[in-house]
Design a protein around this ligand. Sequence first.
Ligand SMILES: *[C@@H]1O[C@H](CO)[C@@H](O)[C@H](O)[C@H]1NC(C)=O
Length: 326
Amino acid sequence: MPKCSLKNRILQLRVITCIFFILCVKAFIHFIITYGLYNYPHLPAEVLETQLFKQTTPNLVLQKNKPDCTYDKILNNPTTLLNWEVPKRFDDFSAKDLVNGSYVPAHCNPKFSVAILVTYRNRQSQLDIFLPYMHNFLRNQNIHYKIYLIEQQDEKLWNKGVLYNIGAKQAIRDKFPCLVLHDVDLLPLDAANLYACAALPRHMSASIDKFRFVLPYDYLVGGVLAITADQYVAVDGFSNRFEAWGGEDDDFSARLSAHKLDIVRFPREMSRYTMLVHRQEPKNTQRKRILSENRRLGDKDGLSSLPYHNTHVKNHRLFTLIGVML
Ligand SMILES: *[C@@H]1O[C@H](CO)[C@@H](O)[C@H](O)[C@H]1NC(C)=O
């Protein structure tokens, strides 16, 4: 049995000091590494509006007696929420002016039509917050938008890439020129974060509280991404081959880069999100292998080669549901 001598005590103290020192060094190195990403490169705030992709769907009947909607007030709106101020209950929520998950501003003609694609399975408590929060947020933005909820309705492995491809097909059929791919657990905090596509694919969730508002890496497109329908088709959408959690977004990022579509972002003060807490899904242990294989195979796996899946579309007031059986 070890004696509890003075020598042992000192040794113990040293170990604790040593561990503490190592942790300090690690935190310091982490700070240095992430500093650049905290101040990531972004579109200059003054030219944001000129960089936006202004197009509405031809299905939208514009009214001659109404003025065009303007966006400079929204882009310069300093209103922001702290993450603990985000409402979790919506007792007085009004679904006024919403039809099939869609909204058109009443007082002006919008310059943007945006399809918001939300992939989903079994996260009812998050959805109950997401839908009213997003409708309240988006109805302040003078845009025409529609929320599509693409739900995987089977017990097979989760396949987010396939769900996005199915949602994009439907949104393109409905002639939306701009798609926003949106995680159901992310809520925008800055009123100035206009839900619109830019000339280049726009990563919108650059600054998430879960990651201490630091952009984890510069080719990240996961979370919330705005991309034009034409660009989505040009890169052949998502790979259909990533099952379980992870990998499909990095593969999509590689597709953008292969097509010389650089990722742009808004400044950090406009790009903050809060993440609703949830259990981590089982990770896809094959994701590295599929990532490298897809690079070799090129474009043979994606939107154009989407396998047949049994889907049905149902209109609800707050969203249009696309149910999918893989
Ligand atoms: C909403 O969906 C219904 C079908 O459920 C359809 O008849 C109607 O035209 C749609 N309305 C709009 C404005 O999209």
